[in-house]
Design a protein around this ligand. Structure first.
Ligand code: BF8
Length: 635
């Protein structure tokens, strides 16, 4: 339990502090309580040297890093191999592989669902419109689909079908991987890691981790890279591009963030999860006259929709809908006692939420056939009846306003304003239509480089602290920062995402931001939108005639926790970008795997992983890397 007065030790989000205290006073268990209850972490798991891949085990291996009582005495572990003979390297690599397979699967399933939504929309079966026609035509060209004289629905049907085929394509490579600069594609070709099909790479990676298949850690890691590329330049890119086609390409938009966006006199509905299909419909339904009248009839002043995690980022980017918070804010939103309904789809939704909801009047509604929660009300979402279902959900939420107990409501004050909506397209527009001003600023050194901050929150790290400290450190050193996911929400809450925030930047970056009225920290969307960052890097590299790895660019995931983040780190490195992790991945039990990812990768991919927990040092690592690349480019 977070002790009284110690709330600020676990979070730097001011809107979270009083709610952590409220949870304690009301005896509601939250993530930090459960984190503490775990006590010391399992050493085998942390090192990656336990294997449950077959039933001769589970096997665990002895290691110098184990606590003393596992190395001496009657319970000492002596095994240096699994029962099958698997070595440290094999076990660690296989475990890492399964994380990447799961992470890539999560992003790619998200992409597939959007592709089906596009197909069904093209067939006239949904209420969604095709808002991004320009992007539709551009992608159609990439796939060689005829666009002349055709209606957008016809083109969309072909694009959706072609994209759905990418999951099991026989072409031998993913179409979007062609977007990478030639030099990068050569590296992939030489290593044999060009992604050949989204499902195929994930399935093959799982196959290889079965007992007695791929036992060579180096070979497993190459397949990890290929699978992750099928995520970054495949599943995630599909999710981003097709969401843009359906729901529109994000443009700069002002909005408000933190738990203070909940409103005392309105019906509060929180959407949480990842896929925009549900949240877009809910966003329409809360504006429905019928729902607004109903809200009035229950004594509310209106309906307030806000989001958590990446679904929040999706509707923030396209509609300016307020964001209540990131991963570690999800339970706290319910602790306000002011949420009539939390509506979830898939990914990053804590299984604890139905229990927290029960402590208040909140309805917890699950909607995905893939993600059920014991204790939830389940209302299954289908695109064909999307609007009716969204209205049914909103109606339930509005009617629940009557059950709110005002004496238990506490909403933190002081939400923060942000400017979001920086797709690659809108960045180019903000720069006057081309990359030239950015390239010039990079060349003359006003902007030293670009850093991408991405990923989750993790109770192992003070909530938001590392995201914000690293970001502040970088902009002060004239590094333009682009962000997605929970990292973006952290920095939005910290007030770093307004054009005015340029005052925190160094002289060069400040002047650059001021001349284009952009923030020094650009919100580029949800986690699948890291694919936007890949596209931006590819564009810059192509303009300069170099590989992505030659750019003064780096990435960091300072508070990562999900398997999706492992897949992201793998594809970012495989794309040629140095990646700094703020939390150790469970690989330290294998010298081979550690060496391959943190040293040898530099030779293979011209990029590597660095683990650095201390934000100030992480800034140094990134700045040093950027300066090295600048020098090599002659900037
Ligand atoms: O989808 S919501 S906790 S996994 S960062 Fe991390 Fe946040 Fe999840 Fe990425 Ni986005």
């Amino acid at each position: 339990m977070v002790r009284r007065g110690k709330e600020e030790e676990v979070t730097r989000d001011p809107s979270a502090v009083s709610l952590i205290a409220k949870a304690r006073e009301e005896g509601v268990e939250i993530v930090w309580d459960r984190y503490e209850a775990q006590a010391e972490k399992c050493a085998f798991g942390s090192l990656g040297i336990c294997c449950r891949n077959c039933n001769m085990g589970p096997c665990r291996l002895v290691h110098p890093e184990l606590p003393w009582y596992l190395k001496r005495g009657p319970f000492a572990i002596e095994a240096e191999k699994g029962v099958c003979g698997a070595s440290y390297d094999t076990i660690v690599a296989r475990n890492l592989a399964r994380m990447v397979a799961s992470g890539a699967a999560a992003h790619s399933e998200h992409g597939r669902d959007i592709a089906f939504a596009l197909l069904h929309t093209a067939e006239g079966k949904t209420r969604y419109a095709i808002k991004g026609e320009e992007k539709l035509r551009k992608i159609a060209k990439e796939f060689g689909i005829e666009t002349n004289g055709r209606r957008k629905e016809e083109i969309a049907r072909d694009v959706a079908t072609h994209i759905l085929e990418e999951f099991g394509t026989l072409k031998g490579k993913l179409q979007f991987s062609e977007r990478a600069p030639q030099q990068r594609k050569e590296i992939w070709k030489n290593l044999g890691i060009i992604p050949r099909g989204i499902d195929r790479e994930i399935v093959e990676l799982m196959h290889r981790t079965h007992i007695g298949v791929d036992n060579d850690y180096q070979s497993i890691i190459l397949q990890i890279l290929r699978t992750s590329l099928a995520d970054g330049w495949g599943g995630s890119m599909v999710a981003t591009e097709l969401s843009d086609i359906l729901f529109g390409v994000p443009r700069p938009v002002r909005a408000r963030v933190n738990l203070g966006v909940l409103e005392e006199n309105k019906v509060n509905i929180v959407v949480h999860g990842h896929e925009p299909t549900l949240s877009e419909m809910i966003a329409d339904a809360v504006e429905d006259e019928e729902m607004l009248k109903l809200a009035e009839s229950v004594g509310a002043e209106g309906i307030n929709l806000c989001g958590i995690c990446c679904t929040a980022n999706e509707i923030l980017m396209r509609r300016g809908i307020p964001v209540a918070g990131n991963f570690l804010n999800q339970e706290l939103a319910l602790i306000t006692g002011a949420v009539e309904a939390m509506i979830v789809d898939v990914q990053c939704i804590m299984p604890s939420l139905p229990d927290v909801a029960k402590c208040y009047h909140t309805l917890f509604i699950s909607t995905s056939p893939k993600a059920r929660f014991p204790g939830a009300v389940h209302i299954e979402f289908e695109e064909e009846r999307g609007y009716d279902i969204a209205k049914e959900i909103v109606r339930k939420a509005v009617e629940n306003f009557r059950n709110r107990r005002p004496e238990r409501v506490k909403i933190p004050s002081g939400s923060v304003e942000i400017l979001a909506g920086f797709s690659v397209e809108s960045i180019l527009e903000a720069l006057g239509g081309s990359l030239k001003p950015l390239l010039d600023a990079l060349k003359d050194g006003a902007v030293r480089g670009i850093a991408a901050l991405v990923g989750c929150n993790n109770p192992k790290v003070r909530h938001d602290y590392a995201h914000v400290e690293i970001t502040k450190g970088l902009i002060a050193r004239d590094v333009l920062v682009v962000e997605t996911g929970c990292s973006a929400i952290a920095c939005a809450k910290a007030g770093l995402m307004l054009p005015e925030s340029a005052r925190f930047a160094g002289d060069g970056l400040r002047e650059f931001c001021n001349s284009f009225s952009i923030p020094p920290v650009l919100h580029m969307g949800s986690c699948v939108d890291i694919s936007r960052i890949l596209v931006l890097c590819a564009e810059i590299a192509r303009s300069l005639g170099v590989d992505i790895a030659d750019l003064p660019v780096a990435a960091a995931a300072p508070e990562w926790m999900s398997e999706k983040a492992v897949s992201i780190a793998a594809y970012v490195v495989a794309s040629g970008i140095l990646t700094v992790l703020g939390v150790e991945p469970p690989i330290l039990g294998s010298g081979g795997v550690v060496n391959l990812l943190t040293e040898h990768a530099e030779k293979l991919l011209a990029a590597k992983i660095v683990v650095e927990k201390e934000p100030k040092k992480a800034v140094e690592v990134i700045v040093e890397h950027i300066e090295k690349k600048r020098k090599a480019l002659g900037f």
